[in-house]
Design a protein around this ligand. Structure first.
Ligand code: NDP
Length: 327
């Protein structure tokens, strides 16, 4: 038997709750993992509350991230006792996920737990941190360098934003952090931000082109914020867009792209090829200061995940939430 957070949807409506399940209920897969920790990302908040249709099969165990130990494997790449990390691949959406004490998965989805991190630290990073790294790698790929000027991070006090600020600062970039929570200014400066801006400066409809300000950007917010960030990006700068915390729309014009050669780099962590994931985790091991993770993270038990899921969506959670599935 194992304990899991289970979401169901039927005539009685959409509901999530803790249940003890038999191992025979686990989905198809060639590797069984004893889960140590999972996390709560924005998407997990959407799944738990049912606020957006991210769960596409019922019943579903949410949790797009997990870290744990291989208990059983029919995959030659993984042996009993190996410590593994999983991020994405539709896990927690179409395949049972990490908010449970046990998971059965495809071996090809797994990556080894990097030596640099404890299992808890790997989940403090989780999909949010790995996505932040993918954003930074995209800026680098498009030639954004620290000497070119400020880089802006929106939704900065959230999970992706916090890790992006810490990574960019450690890599030598001058980071402007945009937040709707001015009370988190000291937190963001502690992560390495040089400037903290009020979210309101970017969230209202703006002009197609504005004064050039940013050499690069990591945007987790979308909507007018993303449009304004593009309008303020310097000639040949790059904006890595990964989120929609402020809206799915993109009320922009082509002006920044055709008149300033701005690049809009789309970031998807879910189906990102394995080679790039491995690279992102290697880079996290090298470029993320593990002492910053403690400031970014707090840990809760599985039974608190329901409440915390709603808090993530309400923008009330700072940084990252790790879930100890055995507590
Ligand atoms: P969090 O909830 O931890 O952070 C989101 C942050 O966005 C909040 O902390 C808040 O930051 C800001 N925010 C929230 N609501 C609004 C609003 N209405 N207007 C402007 N800003 C707002 O989520 P994550 O960091 O986990 O994820 C961030 C986004 O990135 C989400 O949209 C998520 O779906 C997406 N994402 C995408 C991935 C991909 O593969 N493309 C992977 C992971 C996440 P503050 O308080 O500082 O203002």
């Amino acid at each position: 038997m194992f304990r899991a957070l289970l979401i169901d949807k039927d005539d009685q409506g959409y509901r999530a709750g803790l249940q003890d399940l038999d191992d025979s209920a686990l989905p198809e897969g060639n590797v069984t993992v004893r889960v140590a920790y999972s996390t709560l990302n924005y998407k997990d908040g959407l799944a738990i509350t049912g606020k957006s249709p991210v769960v596409r099969k019922f019943p579903m165990v949410p949790g797009v991230d997990l870290v744990g130990t291989v208990e059983d494997s029919a995959d030659p790449d993984w042996r009993v006792g190996d410590q593994v990390v999983l991020n994405g691949w539709g896990v927690g959406e179409t395949h049972w996920g990490g908010l449970a004490q046990r998971a059965r998965l495809k071996g090809e989805w797994l990556v080894p737990l990097p030596e640099a991190f404890t299992p808890e630290q790997a989940m403090a990073i989780g999909t949010a941190g790995y996505t932040a790294m993918l954003c930074v790698m995209a800026l680098e790929r498009h030639g954004v360098r620290p000497d070119q000027g400020e880089v802006v991070v929106t939704g900065a006090a959230g999970g992706v934003g916090s890790v992006a600020v810490a990574l960019l600062a450690k890599l030598g970039y001058t980071v402007a952090a945009v937040t709707g929570r001015p009370q988190e200014a000291d937190y963001l400066k502690g992560l390495g931000a040089s400037t903290v801006l009020d979210r309101a400066e970017l969230s209202a409809p703006g002009k197609p082109l504005a004064k050039e300000r940013w050499a690069g950007a990591v945007d987790t917010v979308g909507s007018h914020t993303l449009a304004n960030v593009c309008a303020q990006t310097k000639y040949r700068g790059t904006v890595a867009a990964c989120g929609l915390a402020g809206g799915m729309d993109f009320p922009s014009t082509v002006a920044p792209f055709i008149l300033r050669g701005v690049t809009l780099a789309g970031i998807d962590s879910v189906m990102c090829p394995r080679a790039e994931r491995l690279l992102a985790w290697q880079r996290l091991a090298k470029d993320l200061d593990p002492t910053k993770l403690a400031a970014i993270t707090h840990t809760i038990g599985l039974s608190q995940a329901l409440e915390a899921g709603a808090q993530v969506l309400a923008g009330q959670v700072r940084g990252r939430v790790v879930v100890d599935v055995n507590a």
